[in-house]
Write a protein that binds this ligand. Structure first.
Ligand SMILES: C[S@@+](CC[C@H](N)C(=O)[O-])C[C@H]1O[C@@H](n2cnc3c(N)ncnc32)[C@H](O)[C@@H]1O
Length: 319
């Protein structure tokens, strides 16, 4: 039986990632701190400084991502003085200048977004998930995210007449067209580039946890069983929960001790027999003095209580 691995690190991901080999990860899926948000919980970044903040992670993220890998960045602009500050657009432009290809903008739709009234805008109910890659030839497994076709087709496809009995080309000669005959006898279809997942209802021990269904969608779309997934801003470890369910190896990093503890407690609620979990408390290390004076690279793993069948390794190097 295959054994999968979960590694949880307390530290600054810019430092922690230095210990991983080049091209180690097939997917980076993450939600970094949003600008000027959650100041009471963790450091916040001014919108004007945001592109530079994300740029400071570029070297390591680029290095550890496999050439055919994908980087999915979930984030949202904020309203400043009544208008959307476009710090996210500026960030994507800055990342593009560094070589990232912004293949597509997926939208996370929140069907249960917070209700409310704003006199100059409607309820905010979606966030960006930018899909970035290093090259045009990247791994993508579209069949893994197929969804049921829906029962509207039963009626629509029951009797195909007129234009529906052949390919119907677009009236404006755009080259697009549709052929409903292809839909006959199909049980599932590819989804569009929106992902509708409700916000997390219960407290996950983190003020900004995203729902498991969000990383799950991208893990299915861009990786296969046994691949390596990274969340460099892991918070409560939601990406870990999704990756474990889908039998991927996963590395979770957060700079705050409280969330490191939260991740461990959350993951330890389950004990799959085919998984090994390892936890590293990363104290300051003279090895990487340039990284930050708060958290640097792991020096010694700490041994934590783990459920039966779990081994905690004594090595601080990933295999
Ligand atoms: C928006 S939250 C992520 C929430 C997560 N998606 C979840 O579902 O719980 C961003 C996280 O990034 C962490 N963080 C901020 N700077 C970091 C850094 N340099 N290295 C690692 N983690 C960092 C914060 O402590 C925070 O928990």
């Amino acid at each position: 039986m295959n054994t999968y691995k979960t590694e949880v690190y307390l530290g600054d991901s810019r430092g922690v990632l230095k210990k991983f080999p080049k091209g180690h990860f097939n997917l980076i899926v993450t939600s970094p701190p949003y600008a000027d948000a959650r100041k009471s919980h963790y450091d916040s970044i001014k919108p004007d400084n945001y592109a530079e903040f994300m740029r400071s992670f570029h070297d390591e993220l680029w290095r550890v991502l496999a050439d055919k890998g994908s980087f999915v960045l979930n984030i949202k602009d904020k309203v400043v003085n009544g208008v959307r500050h476009r710090y996210i657009w500026h960030t994507i432009e800055a990342l593009s200048r560094l070589g990232w290809r912004c293949v597509d903008d997926y939208l996370w739709i929140k069907p249960n977004a917070m209700p409310g009234y704003w006199k100059n805008r409607l309820r905010d109910e979606w966030e960006y998930c930018f899909h970035l890659t290093k090259q045009s030839n990247f791994a993508m497994y579209q069949d893994a995210v197929r969804k049921p076709i829906g029962n509207w087709t039963e009626k629509r496809l029951a009797k195909l007449t007129g234009k529906s009995t052949s390919r119907h080309n677009s009236e404006n000669n755009s080259g697009f067209g549709r052929d409903l005959r292809y839909w006959l006898n199909k049980n599932n279809v590819l989804p569009g580039n929106t992902v509708s997942v409700p916000l997390v209802g219960k407290n996950m021990g983190h003020p900004a946890a995203f729902p498991v269904g969000l990383p799950e969608f991208f893990i299915k779309l861009f990786t296969q069983q046994g691949d390596n997934v990274l969340d460099p801003f892991a918070g409560s470890g939601t990406t870990g929960v999704a990756a474990e369910e889908l039998l991927r190896n996963v590395v979770l990093i957060d700079a705050k001790k409280e969330y490191f503890d939260t991740m461990i407690a959350r993951l330890n609620k389950t004990s799959p027999s085919s998984r090994e979990r390892v936890y590293f408390d990363c104290k300051e290390s003279p090895e990487y003095p340039s990284v930050t004076n708060r958290y640097t690279v792991p020096v010694q793993p700490i041994l934590l209580e783990t459920p039966l069948n779990y081994s905690v390794q004594g090595s601080s190097s990933p295999e």
